[in-house]
Every structure is written in structure tokens, then in C-alpha cells.
Design a protein around this ligand. Structure first.
Ligand SMILES: [Ca+2]
Length: 323
């Protein structure tokens, strides 16, 4: 116990190499530039705009055809939202299916490391459930996230999620420690007595570089998760943002899935020379690190969520272990 407390205290100061002195509930403007590759565009990206004016436009990288389609289906960031859900965005997907999405940030504060990049990604998800206006729930905020999710799904406000409510797809996403905890959030949601078994499942889960010092060597995906997408790296570059952190560098833990889940485990390190167009920059597989992987995975994650299909320019996927 004392050992983990010491690790947690140390992590608080150096998580992902990001600042630790900023407010927990930052506005989201954050210091997006500090985790980016030199020369990259720190402005909030639009996938289509990144293709035209991003740092790699001169290299002639082709815009993935499905990325353009994805952009057309995405939403503006919308107004600052103090409620649980901005209902104006719930019909923004490629179909008219009701969707409720929720994201959990990495440690420690929501301004640390690649969390600002993760916020940019999550702000594009349909039907996003906010935490007092922030697109990210803190990595340790599972209880608040569960309450917000249930509230967002309880459309008739009777305190239960059942057949009397709008039938919405649930999308859960997480990064780093938040990616580990979002698997726990999913299980808590499925097991919650207020959630009828007919609604106790998660249509889509995506995780980016799940890691926590307490997580062991794998993460377990609840059997009620229907489609699971993981994007990670397994070999860290020498300048990785978490290289100097306690127990660092942090690399994504592989998933264990039940036969009932359709799981993909994408690993950028398996394609070290392949180029991947992220939300703001293009990087090779060997440049994937614990912070850069968030921007790299952005277009693929958005495509997965919006279409339910695999992304054309995804990195190789390895075999997924059984839970
Ligand atoms: Ca209800």
C-alpha cells in the first residue's frame, strides 16, 4: 500500500511529462502544443483542415477517403454544456441512432500529458456526456461518470434505465489510466441495479494506450461490450513523454476479451515504418509513444465509432487473448 502511494505521489508530478500545477477542470484550451511533435499545428483540428494545412500537407499524404466522409458526419464542438448531455448532438452520427458517449482521461489532471489531445477527440463524439462542461471525466471519477451516464440514458427521468427510455447506443472511451478505469465503469454500469439487463450492455468501447500501475499485464473487457477497439504502442521511442516517469515508459496493456465481444488490438509498434495520419500530424509507427498515440489514433477511433467499421489505415492488429 505504501509503495503504491509513493508511486501515485510521484506520478502526480510527472505524468506523461505534462504540467501538474494546472487546474483540475481546465477549460479545454489547455497546453495542446506541449505534447505535439515539433512543428505540428497546435490549433484545434478539423480532420479535413489538417489535410490541407497540416504539417504534412507538403509531403503529399493522401487524405483517407473514409476520413473525409467521417469529417462530414462529425459535429461542431457545440456550446459549453453544464448539463449531463448536450442533446443537440445526439443525432449527429451517420444514422439517426441515439448515442450516448463518455470519455475518461488519463492521470492525473485533465490538462496533463495527452489529455488535451484526447479532449479534442472526444469533443467530436456523438451524444457526448460532459462532466460540468468538460468533455473528459477525470481518471478517478468513475462514480461521477456512472451517475452521469445513467442520468443521460434515463430519458424519462424515473431513476432507471429500461425499456421505457429511449434506446441509445453506449460508447465508452478512455486513455491511459482512464482507459483501464473505463473498463471498470462499463462493468459497474452493467451490474448497476438501476439498469435493466435489457439495457446493460455497451455497444462500443475504445481505449488508447491503457495503462495503470495497479492494472497488471492486461485489461479485461466486460463480456457485455459488443465492439471493442484498442490502439496502443508496445515499443517506446527514446524521447517518450513518459520515459522519465515512475515505472515508465508507459505502454498500452493488451486486452482480454470474451467470445461475445468483437475485439481489435491495434499496435503501432508492429508497423514502425508505416506512416499514420493523425488528427493534426503524420507520424511513423516507431514514433508512437504514450502521448503521441492519442493524436495518431484519432481518425481511426472516430471512424470506428461513427461507422462501426474498421479504419482503412489502422496499424496491424495482434491476436486478442481470451478472458
Ligand atoms: Ca428511465
Amino acid at each position: 500500500m505504501r509503495r503504491w502511494l509513493a508511486v501515485i505521489i510521484l506520478l502526480a508530478g510527472v505524468a506523461c511529462g505534462g504540467p501538474s500545477g494546472q487546474g483540475v477542470d481546465a477549460s479545454g484550451a489547455g497546453d495542446a502544443s506541449e505534447t505535439r511533435d515539433a512543428g505540428s499545428d497546435a490549433a484545434l483540428p478539423d480532420v479535413g483542415a489538417a489535410d490541407a494545412s497540416g504539417p504534412d500537407a507538403a509531403a503529399g499524404d493522401a487524405m483517407p477517403a473514409d476520413a473525409a466522409a467521417m469529417d462530414a458526419g462529425m459535429n461542431d464542438s457545440g456550446p459549453a454544456d453544464t448539463g449531463a448531455v448536450d442533446s443537440g448532438r445526439t443525432d449527429a452520427g451517420p444514422s439517426d441512432v441515439c448515442v450516448r458517449s463518455l470519455c475518461m482521461a488519463g492521470a492525473f489532471t485533465r490538462s496533463d500529458g495527452a489529455n488535451p489531445d484526447f479532449r479534442v477527440l472526444c469533443e467530436r463524439l456523438p451524444g457526448l456526456v460532459f462532466d460540468s462542461g468538460d468533455a473528459l471525466f477525470a481518471f478517478g471519477g468513475s462514480s461521477a461518470a456512472l451517475e452521469a451516464l445513467i442520468q443521460a440514458l434515463d430519458s424519462n427521468q424515473d431513476g432507471r434505465v429500461d425499456a421505457q427510455d429511449d434506446d441509445c447506443d453506449v460508447v465508452l472511451g478512455g486513455y491511459s489510466w482512464g482507459a483501464v478505469n473505463v473498463t471498470h465503469l462499463a462493468q459497474d454500469f452493467i451490474d448497476d441495479a438501476r439498469v435493466d439487463p435489457s439495457r446493460g450492455h455497451v455497444q462500443t468501447m475504445f481505449v488508447i494506450d491503457p495503462y495503470a500501475p495497479t492494472a497488471g499485464r492486461t485489461i479485461e473487457v466486460p463480456a457485455e461490450v459488443q465492439t471493442f477497439w484498442e490502439y496502443r504502442h508496445s515499443i517506446s521511442p527514446s524521447n517518450d513523454c513518459s520515459g522519465a516517469a515512475p515505472l515508465g515508459p508507459y505502454e498500452g496493456l493488451p486486452p482480454l476479451c470474451a467470445p461475445t465481444s468483437a475485439c481489435q488490438d491495434y499496435d503501432y509498434s508492429l508497423a514502425p515504418r508505416q506512416q499514420f495520419m493523425g488528427l493534426t500530424a503524420t507520424r511513423s509507427g516507431m514514433q508512437a509513444g504514450h502521448c503521441t498515440v492519442v493524436d495518431m489514433a484519432g481518425p481511426a477511433v472516430l471512424h470506428n465509432v461513427m461507422t462501426g467499421q474498421a479504419f482503412g489505415d489502422a496499424p496491424p492488429s495482434g491476436p486478442v487473448g481470451a478472458r
